[in-house]
Design a protein around this ligand. Structure first.
Ligand code: HEC
Length: 144
């Protein structure tokens, strides 16, 4: 059962690194920075899954750990309804806090379930991680 990596999955990480330039609110900056680390690590794994770079065990595990570590801070980082002109966070996050928190947990679990046995196993399990990103971005992140 090999799920091809969809274009939608790749678009998740298309936000350029300068997206949070000019952010003034430190709490907004902190949560964006955490997301950027998650995005970079995810991109590393996508490149390995797509065979753009070899599946490197130590780098793959490090990327997994980066996602798990930062995913586990999402609820703390987003708890305060901080705002900034540059923020893409939608205010319904704080009206649906239990659901938002559950979606953060889902990302942690999907990242913990990543399988690095071979490229196909990585591609399969990475699909669930990409779904966890989308499941939260769709309702809670503004499309710009
Ligand atoms: C529980 C919800 C949630 C999950 C899960 C989630 N995100 Fe996010 N993400 C957000 C929200 C909300 C924002 C907008 C934050 C803001 O602009 O204040 C965001 C922003 C981002 C950004 C832009 C950061 C910046 O510099 O502005 C990237 C990149 C990103 N997410 C990547 C990912 C990836 C990749 C995954 C999955 C591996 C993921 N996210 C999973 C909620 C989530």
């Amino acid at each position: 059962m090999h799920h091809p990596l969809s274009l939608a999955l790749l678009l998740i990480v298309a936000t350029p690194a300068w997206a949070h330039n000019g952010v003034k609110d430190p709490q907004v900056m902190a949560r964006m920075t955490a997301m950027e680390h998650i995005g970079d690590a995810f991109q590393t794994l996508v490149s390995m899954a797509k065979q753009e770079v070899p599946l490197h065990q130590a780098k793959a595990h490090m990327a997994r750990d980066t996602i798990v570590t930062h995913a586990s801070t999402i609820t703390t980082l987003f708890e305060a309804p901080a705002t900034d002109a540059k923020s893409e966070a939608l205010p319904n996050i704080w009206d649906n806090w239990a659901d938002f928190s559950a979606k953060a947990d889902d990302l942690t679990k999907a990242a913990q379930a990543l399988d690095f046995k071979d490229r196909a196993a990585l591609a399969d399990t990475l699909g669930a991680v990409g779904s966890a990103c989308r499941a939260c971005h769709k309702p809670y992140r503004e499309k710009k």
